[in-house]
Structures are given as C-alpha cells and as structure tokens.
Design a protein around this ligand. Structure first.
Ligand code: UDP
Length: 235
C-alpha cells in the first residue's frame, strides 16, 4: 500500500447523487463499498464531510442572513451528512465513530485528537463533522487541519472530475490533465483545487493532496495502492 493513514474529503454535493438537494442513499451505499475496500486492506481512514448539499453559509448571507448564523447552519449540515455516512458505513459492516467540532454530545463524540488516532489504530473509520467548528472556514480547511492533526500521509479529495486540468474540462474540450503538479504551480497558474486558506495550510505543512474521481468504482483503492490516477499536488 502506498499510504498507511489517509484523510478522505467528500463534499456534501457528492452525496446528492443525481438529486438537486439532500442525500441519495444509493450514492451513500456506493461510497460505503468504496471505503470498505480500502479499510479491508488495513488502511487507516478518516473522512471529512462537507455540507453544501444542505446549506452553505455564504448562500444564506447572499440572501440577507447573518453570515455567522448561516455558517452555524452549514456546520450542522455537515453533522447531518456525517450521521448519514456513518449509517451507510455501518450497514456495510465498517466500524465508525463520528466526532464533531461543535459539541453535540448526544449525537456525536466531541473532537478529541488522541481519541481519533486511537480509533484509527483500532481500524475504525473516523468521520469528522462540524468542519473546523468556526464560521468563515470551509470543510476543505477542516480536512487539511484534521489531516495534519492525525498525521495523515495524504488528503484524498474525491470529486466528480478525474483530476486537475489547465482549464475547466466541463467547459473546454481541449483542457489537459496534470498527473503531478507542485503547490507553487497551482498558485502561479491560478488553478482551483481548494480554497486558498485550505491550500496554503496544506502547502505549509507539506501535506500532499490527490484529486481524483470518486464516482468511478474502484478508484479509491487504486489511489491508495499508488496507481497514478487523478492529480497529485506535492512540493
Ligand atoms: N462551515 C463553517 N466552518 C467550517 C466548515 C464549514 O462555517 O469550518 C460551514 C460553511 O457555512 C460552509 C458549510 O458549513 O458553507 C458547508 O461546508 P462546505 O461549504 O465546505 O461543504 P462542501 O462544499 O464540501 O459540501
């Protein structure tokens, strides 16, 4: 195996599947199978889940809502997604723990770094909900933060595109994909991988990011075994 401990970032929107809003149980079950395939190989896996399929603070603010209030709603949305993912993983007979950055003790464990690491060592999948616990951040920043805290080898950003391109592949047919790219080149070329806060945190801590297509069955395991799919951002 190429990596021993990984942090998988899944956006909230990924959970929508074919829907316009909310959670698609079929998609969740598919992701659970993907996750099971890597856990069965003894990989330690933590997951940060987004909330964009339910609520985003910025979109609330654009309609006149107080931004912090909206961000609190967004953070709660990530906890809802975390609970849904936890159920799907349990249905696939994967042991999981949900840890939340905001205290919601009847529903999820609080985030405690040492406990999270202990769960991983015991083979449990740890889902981190609640983002960073602070407004004005994103779950990409939470993903990088948690990855550094638990000493993950890499962040795997599962998306619906198969990597980082020099232009938007959904708009420009001539766009070409990078297999590898440096943090510096991503910034120089103005490419979007994560928001700037998340991206520079990853760069400063020398934490590589792999962007890959999570919706093709078998891809998660392919990345973990070191197959050259997606795009790897490294120093
Ligand atoms: N959020 C926040 N602080 C965090 C992480 C998330 O306030 O540390 C809120 C923010 O409003 C954000 C929403 O939660 O819009 C959902 O997270 P995000 O947009 O990152 O989800 P994704 O795009 O991955 O689905």
């Amino acid at each position: 195996m190429h990596y021993k401990r990984i942090l998988l970032k899944l956006s909230g929107e990924a959970l929508m599947g074919e829907r316009q809003y909310g959670i698609d149980p079929k998609r969740l079950a598919e992701y659970a199978e993907e996750i099971k395939s890597v856990v069965d190989h003894g990989i330690e896996l933590a997951i940060v889940i987004g909330g964009g399929n339910i609520f985003r603070g910025v979109s609330g603010a654009s309609r006149g809502m107080d931004r912090v209030q909206g961000d609190h709603m967004g953070m709660l949305a990530t906890v809802i997604n975390g609970l849904a993912l936890q159920s799907a993983l349990e249905d696939a007979e994967i042991q999981t723990r949900l840890q939340s950055a905001i205290k919601i003790n009847e529903v999820a464990e609080p985030f405690i770094r040492r406990k999270a690491i202990r769960h991983l060592e015991k083979g449990r999948v740890v889902i981190f909900g609640g983002g960073t616990g602070n407004p004005y951040f994103t779950t990409d920043s939470a993903a990088v933060l948690r990855a550094i805290e638990i000493n993950a080898d890499v962040i795997l950003k599962g998306t619906r595109v198969d990597g980082i391109y020099n232009a938007d592949p959904e708009k420009d047919k001539k766009a070409t994909k990078f297999d590898f790219i440096s943090f510096e080149d991503v910034i120089k070329k103005g490419l979007k991988v994560m928001d700037t806060t998340a991206f520079t945190l990853s760069q400063e801590n020398e934490l590589p990011i792999v962007v890959f297509d999570m919706n093709t069955p078998g891809n998660l395991l392919r990345v973990v075994t070191g197959e050259n799919i997606g795009t790897k951002v490294n120093l």
